[in-house]
Design a protein around this ligand. Structure first.
Ligand code: GDP
Length: 454
């Protein structure tokens, strides 16, 4: 995510660090480098111009602070102005006071609307809402089916009165070919079934066109959304700005979702969208999986770009991944003097996996930008192997690994596609972990057990 931009900016700052005082020439040279880095990352030209102007002015007027050296001061200014470009404050989703909250998605075809619909639905469901998806993209032949797949994965119902739809009968008077009446019927259905949120997926085109915009505006007028989210593919480069402007004029969206931020795209165009349209970025989509989804915080994104890490996001994700009930069950088990088993070990592994890509997590730690190369060599398959090994054991073996003799080891290796050496290593690691758990138990300190070998 913005890796190239991030590298360029951090190396610019590194050059500054050696200087005790900054002359006007130093500042100008720095601003030039920042400007070039932003332009190369596809940040829109007028946005870069304004940004560079403000940073230069502030850096020269030297808001003197005893706590920061000159280089740190420049970093602080760049950080603050980056936060401004990204929209300043985090803006949460607006919910309806009564009846279902209506969220409409708009954007070009392939922007990631359908995928986002599933991610957002899952996220809302996890917060206790009861979302329903509405398939009002009737242009792309596969769109309805795709939304159904996404809905199924998220465990959220999909309303789609459309040919090829299984299960959902069209309401009387609803024309299956007309997205406006489908959207309206979806809203009515949500009211009857008491869904608290509907997410309406609309059609996109490969390019902005009049008909598409009118259709989106008609849907909007019919269902009166609480939020109209414009989904934009961060990879589309400089076109992002024109597209965003066209959609802003056409449907007057209320917020932006940046999608495909996982690519090492230049991505900077997406950074211009909030400034150019004056609309806040609410969410970011960072991969093809349903869980590759983040609430967008301008300040956290800025510090990630400047490689200051993103501790808050890290903590939030960790909290989500670690099932507190499971942690309590574990703690209780240890207090009761019961043994930590391989089955427990497996549950912990799986929780760790929930945290999403390890690489992504580590990338959020401060200073990790410089370790990117090391991170790229990080072998996430290790976790997969451990999981496969434990899953290839019988319940008896998981409860009592001592019974795992030579022939059992080769059976497990075969079953898990690993080698006997790997089984031996895992068992040794587990043995060490188990001893540690017993020690903890004796000491009375039962917290969350560490992740052996991690
Ligand atoms: P729509 O036409 O706007 O509904 O776009 P889709 O949701 O169908 O997405 C288009 C393609 O982009 C699909 O292949 C998705 O899997 C992929 N995609 C969507 N969001 C992301 C993302 O955040 N990261 C990546 N890498 N791919 C994405």
């Amino acid at each position: 995510m913005f890796a190239t931009l991030s590298d360029r900016l951090t190396s610019t700052f590194k050059n500054l660090r050696s200087k005790g005082r900054l002359s006007e020439a130093d500042i100008d040279a720095t601003i030039r480098e920042i400007r070039r880095a932003l332009l190369d990352a596809d940040v829109a030209v007028p946005v870069v111009r304004d940004f560079a102007g403000i940073v230069r002015e502030r850096a020269l007027s030297a808001e003197v602070s005893g706590a920061l050296n000159p280089a740190q001061q420049v970093v602080k200014i760049v950080n603050e102005e980056l936060v401004n470009i990204l929209g300043g404050e985090h803006r949460p989703l607006n919910f309806a006071k009564t009846g279902p909250t209506v969220i409409m998605l708009a954007g070009l075809q392939g922007a990631g609307k359908t995928t986002l619909a599933g991610k957002l639905a899952l996220n809302l469901k996890e917060q206790g809402h009861t979302p329903m998806l509405v398939a009002a993209d009737l242009q792309r032949p596969n769109a309805v089916t795709q939304l159904k797949v996404v809905g199924e994965r998220a465990g959220v119902p999909v309303y789609a009165p459309h040919p090829g739809n299984q299960g959902e009968a069209a309401l009387p008077g609803v024309s299956a070919g007309d997205p406006v009446s489908v959207a309206l019927a979806g809203l009515e259905t949500a009211k009857t079934r008491q869904h608290s949120v509907i997410i309406v997926d609309t059609a996109g085109r490969l390019g902005v066109d009049q008909e598409l915009m009118e259709q989106a505006a008609d849907i909007r007028d019919a269902i009166n959304p609480n939020e109209i989210l414009f989904v934009i593919d961060a990879m589309i480069g400089q076109d992002a700005v024109a597209t965003a402007q066209a959609f802003n004029e056409g449907v007057n969206f209320t917020g932006v979702v940046l999608s495909k931020l996982d690519g090492d795209a230049r991505g900077g165009a997406a950074l211009s969208v909030a400034r150019v349209t004056g609309k806040p970025i609410l969410f970011a989509s960072t991969g093809e999986k349903l869980t590759d989804f983040e609430v967008f915080h301008p300040d956290r994104m800025a510090s990630r770009i400047l490689d200051m890490g993103d501790i808050l996001t890290l903590i939030e994700q960790a909290e989500k991944a670690f099932d507190t009930q499971e942690a309590e069950r574990m703690a209780q088990k240890i207090q009761d003097g019961k043994d930590f088993t391989l089955a427990d070990f497996l549950v912990q592994m799986q929780q760790l996996r929930n945290m999403g890509s390890m690489k992504k997590m580590l990338g959020m730690l401060p200073g990790m930008g410089q370790m990117r190369e090391a991170l790229d060599n990080f072998d996430e398959r290790e976790v997969n192997r451990i999981e496969a090994i434990i899953q290839s054991m019988t319940p008896a073996e998981r409860d009592n690994p001592k019974i795992i003799n030579g022939s059992r080891r080769s059976r497990i290796a075969k079953g898990s596609g690993t080698t006997v050496t790997e089984i031996n290593q895992l068992l040794q690691r587990f043995d060490a972990a188990q001893k540690m758990m017993r020690q903890m138990n004796k000491g009375g300190g039962a917290g969350m057990p560490g992740m052996p070998g991690m």
